[in-house]
Write a protein that binds this ligand. Structure first.
Ligand SMILES: Nc1nc2c(c(=O)[nH]1)N[C@H]1C(S)=C(S)[C@@H](COP(=O)(O)OP(=O)(O)OC[C@H]3O[C@@H](n4cnc5c(=O)[nH]c(N)nc54)[C@H](O)[C@@H]3O)O[C@H]1N2
Ligand SMILES: Nc1nc2c(c(=O)[nH]1)N[C@H]1C(S)=C(S)[C@@H](COP(=O)(O)OP(=O)(O)OC[C@H]3O[C@@H](n4cnc5c(=O)[nH]c(N)nc54)[C@H](O)[C@@H]3O)O[C@H]1N2
Ligand SMILES: [Mo]
Length: 750
């Protein structure tokens, strides 16, 4: 491991540092020349969709957009390194279990199907047909289809996701947890109650027209770097950008665009946030309420919009006006003067967009917070006009599309009806397990087979000890995957690794190259065409894996599985008949840049129960009363688990977090300097972190304290190292999203 260094970062985000880091990564993966050529094809009309994030592509005329972390994601997939059968022959699983996540990732692409051999404790090769037969035998031997769990991570294409959910439902269960359960589930659940759809209402173009942007709880410099170009444009034309984040995130302050020679040469960059507020962790519900209160008291609500388009205003107004300012200040961590300033800016702008990420969704009251953000927009009529609306910032590049295709443990009866009619079967109606329920079900034996379509369930999920025990207890675990990860090491009694093609690779079926489709954060659906020779001749596409598994498992199925995968247009024809909004899918998707899904709120049509946009009140006092307060003499902090600059979720590329000035180490705990002094600690000290919950304590040992610009009482560190501390039963009340951003902890010297 490199030397540990902590040094305040003063450069803009992007800039030379980003170019340097990209080159280092291409070199590390052994693909400097090939990788550069490949990068030029990412997010282009004729290329592949970048597997990095779900931020949309700009219009057809744009040139290549440089993005350091997109480049890392592409380079990680396109690496020249390979995990072969010799690797598995040389290393027992017990040896691999002792290696860190960075080591596992760094071994390269998996090359052929492997099966775990308990006698030797090694993975050994297995043929594809034999692998499918093993899985089919397990699945068919279950007492009920509900004893199997089918997880999805959000990189899976629309075509693969559609086939996958069809297979799972023909098999007979809705047990389809997905990464979204840990991510934007509160968005998908909260927004429909407010405005009738569970997706963002803006397009990229709206960012060119907004007067005000309110950014809550996400870190574009690292997690959706292409957004910085959009924000920089907005800032330059005078748009007010208000950031709400407990941490000072460099990418939200200054950005030097590598495409801009002047910014590069001066290395000064452009300012992003016009105003930066550092609330308490979990303070956002109170912030949205406070801004609403200011508008109600001192501003001018959009009376015409409220009268014509909304429902529930009077109850909302009363609830907001009944919330004392003192309580709003205490719960948000912002002052009355802050609200005065924010209120004036919000009042002045003609149009506003609110964006949010994991800083909003991974809390106990995430659904309530999101609905309060929507209330705040409705109050000023900021929905269904240019430059205005809601923009949840999704994570995985196709997580939104997967949900649209039916990856959901709570499918609607209407969707199931259309699916059943198209494919001639009776889909199961009973809701399935989400992520939290899946872990509980595996732990107590109600589920016995775990199948993962991508992702890394063992490390992405909360309560690591429980999650690992759950997987180990399964009769069979299967992972369709590109790279080695912890979930292959923490496995069931029988275990299979099924290596698949990645987004960047050419997918040939029936002699012809196939494209797949994805849907970005702003509901644009477009084609993604692999450009690169596959990492190994033995890889199968995700679509083909599902089809062959279905053939092996469901002899009575009326679905022509192998015919469908011979030409993905045939899958799209079926999607067109089942999924609303996908009529003429094949015609529309072959247009450059694809097409935009119809979003009724953009035309001020509200597909809610009331037929209006609903103001939904949430009582701060009641929420405060039910806060969990651990019984301890020690000082309790709120800890958030976030991403470093050198990781993609559970994939750890390296040990640096450049914009936060950390290098050579991941086990850090960011803390306010005054809190350190108060606790008798110094920067550089090692601490053990204990989380407190109704069912007891959990511990994470040996974290180095880093002094940071973060409010007192708040701490931050990295996911997945901190997942051990997140209790399984601590989650959003309704969406069940684990509270990865608000963990009650105490500290002790290590
Ligand atoms: N390079 C890279 N890109 C990625 C990913 C990756 O790991 N690496 N992951 C992808 C995925 S799946 C997702 S979901 C997205 C995640 O992208 P983000 O939503 O940016 O995720 P986090 O890194 O968890 O950062 C959350 C941010 O919220 C802030 N925050 C935490 N708690 C609070 C709070 O209570 N209130 C407010 N206002 N802010 C808070 C943190 O300080 C941090 O800046 O990125 C996607 N893109
Ligand atoms: N404490 C804490 N926990 C969190 C979060 C947090 O902020 N804090 N964030 C949560 C969020 S937002 C999310 S989205 C989840 C992420 O949860 P997951 O989606 O399960 O995790 P990833 O790390 O993205 O999965 C990486 C693995 O996916 C596989 N993979 C990559 N590309 C492909 C592909 O094209 N096809 C297939 N089949 N496999 C592929 C590789 O094997 C790689 O190792 O984690 C959640 N967990
Ligand atoms: Mo995510």
């Amino acid at each position: 491991m490199a030397d540990v260094k902590i040094k305040h970062y003063t450069q803009p985000a992007g800039g030379w540092g980003a170019l340097r880091a990209t080159l280092q990564h291409l070199r590390h993966e052994g693909i400097v020349a090939a990788g550069t050529a490949l990068l030029l094809k990412s997010n282009q009309a004729e290329g592949f969709d970048c597997p990095g994030c779900a931020w949309p592509e700009p219009d057809a005329h744009s040139t290549f957009e440089f993005c350091e972390n997109g480049a890392k994601a592409v380079a990680a997939e396109a690496t020249s390194k390979r995990v072969t059968r010799d690797f598995f022959a040389a290393h027992a699983v017990s040896y691999l279990a002792k290696q860190d996540d960075c080591f596992l990732e760094d071994q390269g692409r998996l090359t052929e199907p492997m099966v775990y051999d308990p006698e030797s404790d090694h993975y050994r090769p297995i043929g594809w047909e034999a692998a499918f037969a093993r899985i089919a035998e397990h699945l068919r031997g279950l007492a009920s289809p509900d004893e199997a769990i089918f997880y999805t991570s959000g990189r899976t294409s629309n075509e693969a996701a559609f086939l996958y959910q069809l297979f799972v439902r023909e098999f007979g269960t809705n047990n389809m947890p997905d990464c979204s359960n840990m991510c934007h589930e509160p968005t998908s659940l909260g927004m429909p109650e407010s405005i009738g759809i569970g997706k963002g209402t803006v397009t990229l173009e709206d960012f060119d027209h907004a007067d005000t942007l309110l950014l809550f709880g996400h870190n574009p410099g690292t997690n959706h770097p292409r957004m910085l170009g959009t924000l920089r444009q907005a800032a330059k034309r005078g748009c007010q950008i208000l950031v709400f984040n407990p941490l000072r995130e460099r990418g939200l302050e200054r950005f030097a665009n590598p495409q801009d020679p002047v910014e590069m040469l001066t290395n000064h960059g452009a300012q992003i946030a016009s105003h930066y507020y550092q609330p308490k962790i979990g303070g956002d519900l109170a912030i949205a309420l406070g801004i609403s209160r200011w508008i109600l008291e001192e501003g001018t609500p959009d009376a015409a919009f409220i009268a014509e388009h909304t429902h529930g205003f009077a109850a909302f107004r009363d609830s907001v006006l009944n919330t004392p300012w003192a309580q709003i200040e205490e719960m948000s961590g912002l002052s009355r003067a802050d609200f005065q300033e924010i209120g004036r800016i919000y009042e002045r702008g003609r149009s506003a967009i609110v964006t949010w990420g994991m800083g909003i969704t991974q809390h106990k009251h995430a659904v309530a917070t999101i609905q309060m953000l929507i209330n705040m927009l409705l109050l000023k009529g900021n929905m269904g006009k240019p430059g205005a609306g809601a923009a949840p910032i999704r994570g995985h590049s196709n997580v939104q599309g997967d949900r649209t295709m039916g990856i959901y443990e709570q499918p609607s009866p209407a969707f199931l009806h259309k699916l059943g009619a198209e494919f001639g079967f009776n889909p199961p109606q009973k809701h399935g397990f989400d992520v939290v329920a899946s872990i509980a079900a595996m732990l107590d034996g109600r589920a016995r087979v775990f199948f993962g379509m991508g992702g890394n369930f063992a490390n992405a999920t909360p309560d690591t000890a429980k999650a690992h025990a759950a997987l180990r207890q399964c009769d069979l675990t299967v992972h369709v995957t590109t790279k080695l990860n912890r979930s292959h090491i923490v496995h069931g009694k029988e275990a299979l690794i099924l290596p698949c093609l990645g987004r960047t690779e050419i997918d040939i079926q029936n002699g012809n190259p196939q494209g797949v489709t994805v849907e970005d954060s702003m509901s644009m659906v477009h084609i993604s065409q692999g450009m690169k020779e596959p990492a190994s001749p033995h890889l199968m596409s995700e679509c083909a894996i599902v089809a062959h598994l279905a053939v092996a498992t469901l002899p009575g199925s009326r679905t022509p599985w192998l015919d469908l995968i011979a030409d993905y247009d045939r899958i799209r024809d079926r999607i067109a008949r089942v999924v609303d909004g996908f009529e003429d899918f094949n015609q529309r998707v072959h247009r450059p840049r694809g097409f935009h899904l119809h979003l009724p709120p953009r035309s001020r049509i509200w597909p809610t129960a009331t037929g209006k946009a609903n103001f939904l009140a949430h009582d701060l006092g009641a929420l405060r009363a039910e806060r969990f307060a651990p019984q301890t003499d020690k000082r309790v902090f709120t800890l958030m688990s976030i991403r470093s600059h050198d990781q993609y979720n559970t994939t750890i590329y390296g040990f640096d977090d450049r914009y936060r000035g950390v290098s050579g180490i991941r086990k850090v705990c960011f803390m306010n300097a005054a809190d350190m002094q108060d606790m008798g600690f110094q920067a550089g000290d090692q601490v053990n972190i204990t989380s407190h919950w109704t069912d007891g304590e959990r511990q994470a040992m040996g974290f180095m304290l880093v002094a940071y610009d973060i409010p007192q009482g708040c701490l931050a560190g990295y996911y997945p190292e901190l997942n051990v501390l997140v209790p399984l039963s601590s989650h959003d009340d309704r969406a069940h999203t684990p509270t990865s951003k608000s963990i009650a902890v105490t500290l002790a010297a290590a």
